[in-house]
Design a protein around this ligand. Structure first.
Ligand code: TRP
Length: 387
């Protein structure tokens, strides 16, 4: 399905490992048991933040759990904290980084702590990826630079790699793990008798950071990660913590067409954060379009913005101005804007975005020690968190 929420076009699958077909987000909310963010909640959220964000207005972050309780806690001074993460399986693309930009916006406006988990263990254990532990460590470092480049406040942000920080998480991971039996994770994640036992334990480790503070946690992430939060919510209170809240995003459509998620196995489907201007031009130029086969027909019949990937990307993230986006949509439908023109508008935006990001990524190499703690420092951090 497209980001406008048009009707179902058939089968789709969303799990933490697979996104296939055209996702029907309304059906997904029903299936996962989450809630759509209604207008009232959105307005309340924007009011508390003191600023609006197009990812919210356009319902790219469209679904939630307990967001209202986060706002209650915020309003009565109890506060909350943010947690998100990244599986370091390779280079990051634009779809991966958008939730981090949104997380930074949340941090800036609510002035709260952010914990960012890099799950090198998880990506190593996913055998089909064929990664060595060394590969996962290398990608943790590379991905961390991209995450720091987003601009998180070093005084309020902690980025950690599981294999390094494990000593500090292990006691809590054990408490979590003892509450979860095999049939439960098998049902939630579809594990089989062939699944390696590392993956069977892993959910405990993705749950732990949602218990890092004795405050309510808010997790901004794509909706495919929700199954972990469901388990956290079932066990958190019995361990003396809050059930986590979550705010879920849709998937940025791949350049190759509206179905599925961008993937490393199809590099033409995504724009990587390291792509240069020439590559960006080429990839977007070849992107799936909602235009007509000829200019004459396009002028006459107009294009379809709902499947035009260039327009979708502008709507999703790259054109924050609502009036401009609306005009692009109308003019495209009316045949006044050609597919090539739409693509050129996006190309300029993406190149500008990447130039800035890449510059800050260079600077991040000097900043890494501000975000990352190991050894003694990590233990101190842990104690501080648990006071
Ligand atoms: N499992 C996620 C992935 O494969 C990584 C992750 C860990 C995560 N903790 C998270 C993502 C919290 C979002 C929020 O990418």
């Amino acid at each position: 399905m497209n980001i406008f929420g048009s009707e179902d076009r058939g089968e789709f699958i969303v799990t933490p490992w697979t996104v296939e077909g055209e996702v029907d987000y309304n059906k997904l909310v029903e299936k996962f048991g989450t809630n759509l963010i209604d207008d009232r909640l959105m307005e309340r959220f924007i009011k508390a933040a003191g600023e609006s964000h197009h990812l919210l207005r356009r319902r790219i972050f469209f679904s939630h759990r307990d967001l209202d309780k986060i706002l209650d806690d915020w309003e009565n001074g109890r506060g909350f904290f943010l947690y998100t993460g990244r599986g370091p399986s390779g280079p990051m693309h634009i779809g991966h980084i958008i939730p981090f930009y949104f997380t930074k916006w949340l941090q800036d406006n609510f002035k709260v702590n952010v914990y960012i988990q890099l799950t090198d263990d998880e990506k190593f254990l996913e055998e089909s990826r064929g990664l060595t532990l060394e590969d996962a460590t290398k990608w943790s470092y590379e991905n961390m630079l991209d995450i720091i480049a987003v601009g998180f406040n070093p005084d309020k942000t902690f980025i950690f790699q599981d294999t390094e920080y494990i000593k500090n998480m292990y006691p809590l991971a054990l408490k979590v793990a003892r509450k979860i039996n095999f049939s439960w994770v098998r049902a939630v994640f579809g594990f089989t008798h062939e699944t390696n036992i590392g993956l069977i334990f892993y959910p405990a480790l993705q749950i732990v950071p949602a218990l890092f503070e004795k405050k309510r946690c808010l997790i901004p992430a794509a909706i495919d990660q929700d199954p972990y939060w469901r388990i956290q919510r079932d066990i958190a209170e019995s361990l003396g913590y809050y059930k986590t809240a979550a705010i879920h995003s849709k998937f940025l459509p791949p350049l190759t067409g509206p179905a599925g998620k961008m993937s490393a196995s199809r590099p033409e489907s995504a724009i990587y954060l390291y792509d240069d201007a020439k590559t960006v031009r080429k990839k977007i130029w070849l992107a799936y379009s909602g235009g007509q086969p000829t200019v004459e027909l396009h002028r006459k019949l107009g294009g379809n913005p709902e499947v035009d990937v260039a327009f979708q990307w502008l709507y999703f993230f790259f054109e924050p101005d609502d009036a401009k986006v609306k005009k692009l949509e109308e003019d495209y439908r009316a045949g006044k804007i050609l597919s090539g023109e739409m693509k050129n508008i996006l190309i300029e935006k993406v190149i500008e975005f990447l130039e800035k990001h890449q510059e800050r990524r260079e600077e991040a190499k000097e900043l890494i020690h501000l975000f990352k703690y190991d050894g003694e420092l990590a233990r101190e951090m842990w104690k501080k968190i648990h006071q």
